[in-house]
Design a binder for this molecule. Structure first.
Ligand code: NDP
Length: 244
């Protein structure tokens, strides 16, 4: 079991799914964690249900003002920031010819610009501390593309390029920046997919099953751990072999 005793962690979008599993795993390993959701009450409710030292705060990563207000407050509450997990994300799936401007903009401003805005907020405090870990949750769709997910694929591929760039900017300051690329994971996000489509996807996964949020969380904790101190700019697939 990895030890994160008293490490300070912010997980964006920790009210359910992968973010919640990540927060639970960090809190279980001794970290002090802030989770976020767009609704403060919901974030606080989920935080109170998790064992350990977990706080819930409101944050909308698609809104630059919300981001610039949230981070100083969260970092003050935690007494510093060791680890950022930029997890929050959305889908607006449509074939490209049916994608409206707002479907494109919503996904890019949440998944891609939101990741950039959150990472930018933690760089200074991490540089001052001369240590830090930034882990962005991208997707195998950012590596392979997918019909009906042009906006999502572009946002997640963008995150991978962003992570590689930022990793090179801050490596000399003892800050690592990596991405985790989940495949098909059983959460609310994948719940909308029909059983038939899910079976078809699972048939293409060499492991022949969807992954769990806990399996993604385990890879996030590894990248945040001292054991991963020389890994940076990497994208770690957690996909049962889907995008081999
Ligand atoms: P869920 O839809 O289950 O959860 C999404 C989380 O993001 C919620 O906590 C939600 O909080 C939060 N969120 C959404 N929009 C915003 C926003 N604008 N500002 C702040 N928080 C927001 O998704 P998953 O857990 O499945 O996905 C988590 C990440 O993993 C995403 O980046 C997703 O793209 C990625 N991923 C998921 C895969 C899957 O199969 N599930 C596969 C590959 C990648 P709230 O609604 O409370 O505001």
């Amino acid at each position: 079991m990895m030890d994160f005793k008293d490490r300070t962690v912010i997980v964006t979008g920790g009210t359910r799914g992968i973010g919640k599993a990540v927060a639970k795993a960090f809190a279980g390993a001794g970290a002090v964690v802030v989770i976020t959701g767009r609704n403060e009450e919901q974030a606080k409710k989920v935080a109170s249900e998790l064992d350990g030292n977990v706080h819930g705060l409101a944050l909308d990563i698609s809104n630059p003002t919300s981001v610039s207000e949230f981070f100083p407050a969260a970092i003050e509450l935690l007494g510093g920031i060791d680890i950022l997990v930029a997890n929050a994300g959305i889908t607006r799936d449509k074939l490209v010819m049916a994608t409206r401007d707002e479907d494109w903009d919503d996904v890019i401003s949440t998944n891609l610009r939101g990741t950039f805005l959150c990472a930018r907020e933690v760089i200074r405090p991490m540089i001052k501390k001369r240590s830090g870990r930034i882990i962005a949750i991208t997707s195998v769709i950012g590596l392979t593309g997918n019909p009906g997910q042009g906006n999502y694929a572009a946002s997640k591929a963008g995150v991978i390029g962003f992570v590689k760039s930022l990793a090179q900017e801050v490596a000399s300051r003892n800050i690592t920046v990596n991405a985790v690329a989940p495949g098909m994971i059983a959460t609310d996000m994948s719940a909308d997919i029909s059983d038939q489509a899910k079976e078809a996807i699972e048939g293409r996964i060499p492991a022949r099953r969807s992954g769990t949020p806990d399996e993604v969380a385990a890879s996030v904790l590894f990248l945040a751990s001292d054991s991963a101190s020389y890994i940076t700019g990497e994208t770690l697939r957690v996909d049962g072999g889907l995008a081999c």
